[in-house]
Design a binder for this molecule. Structure first.
Ligand code: FMN
Length: 299
């Protein structure tokens, strides 16, 4: 890892660096399809693991381990666990959504180049539970931070990551010989991909949509009203118009760019649900580079 990437030389990120960070966040995708039959270089994988290992952790506990799973027979057994778990989950899904649930592609265990199981060792610093005396689950959250670092770094490297949680944890532990005191946190399918979709698969297939951020912001207490100015600013960012997508034909189901709107005067006067940020336009605009999204947002 070049030293300039790890040494805090100064506090500032220039505009390109800021753009890159936001671009990774806004264009990261959970990937289950589009995996290519291409190996991942150990150099690249090492960088992703190093990024994960630099995640924050409670009491600097670093409770994670990374099990790299390449063997296809083992992966087939994990996929069998997924298939069984999916059948068990199905009855819990609303009846009218069950047909759609069955059609969704929810894993890429065998198609991806390799799998990684990120685990949390709950006893790694059991003698000194700094930050975990009242909240023992903080080690689990720390491990999730490592997963997110891995996911964002992978996006920057052009590597797709898909998180598979539809697996019975105890069965997975047996299959991967994970000890009792260690919890599997994330089972990830990892590989080079032909493309990153412009919006979540579950949105494309009509399962859900991104919630309007202003409706999720509260003031001072849970459900507290207020922060009109902040909500208005958030809503204005949502309405940032993106550059037209010249890379995809219109029949690929990409939503049109959000039309430019006047910045709202008062958040209370808004129909907030109409101000949902559009992932497709965020993605296109971020690919268009500085001066559009996110650069103009960050000024
Ligand atoms: C904890 C966690 C578990 C997930 N489990 C699954 C899963 O089992 N199968 C799947 O297809 N996607 C899974 N996902 C991916 C989500 O469906 C995805 O993040 C969400 O639809 C938003 O899409 P995006 O990640 O592409 O923005 C999981 C994501 C998280 C954070």
């Amino acid at each position: 890892m070049p030293e300039y990437m790890t040494a805090a030389i100064d506090d500032g990120f220039d505009q390109n660096a800021r753009d890159a960070v936001y671009r990774a966040m806004f264009t990261r995708r959970d990937v289950r399809s589009h995996f290519l039959p291409t190996a991942i270089d150990d150099d690249v994988l090492a960088r992703l693991l190093l990024a994960a290992h630099h995640a924050p952790s409670v009491g600097f506990m670093q409770p994670w381990n990374f099990i790299v799973i390449r063997d296809i027979e083992r992966r087939e057994r994990v996929r069998d666990l997924f298939l069984a778990a999916r059948e068990q989950e199905l009855p819990a899904i609303e009846t009218e959504k069950q047909a759609l649930y069955r059609k969704l592609k929810l894993e890429g265990i065998c198609e991806s180049a390799l799998n990684i199981c990120i685990t949390c060792d709950r006893q790694r610093s059991k003698g000194s539970p700094l930050g975990r005396w009242h909240n023992p689950e903080m080690d689990l959250y720390s491990t999730v931070c490592a997963v997110q670092n891995f996911w964002l770094a992978a996006r920057a490297e052009g590597v797709g990551v898909g998180w598979v949680s539809i697996i019975e944890a105890e069965a997975l532990k047996r299959l991967l010989a994970i000890p009792d005191h260690v919890t599997p946190i994330a089972y990830l399918c990892v590989g080079r991909v032909s493309e990153f979709a412009s919006k979540p698969d579950l949105e494309t297939h009509g399962w859900g949509r991104r919630l309007p951020l202003p409706e999720l912001i509260m003031s001072e207490t849970f459900s507290g009203q207020g922060e009109a100015q902040l909500k208005s600013t958030v809503a204005r960012l949502n309405s940032v118009s993106a550059a037209p997508d010249t890379t995809r034909p219109p029949d690929q189901g990409v939503a049109p760019a959000v039309p430019q709107r006047e910045p709202p005067k008062e958040a209370s006067a808004l129909s907030l649900s109409s101000l949902n940020f559009d992932d497709a336009s965020a993605s296109r605009a971020s690919q268009a580079g500085s001066g559009t999204w996110p650069a103009m947002v960050l000024k």
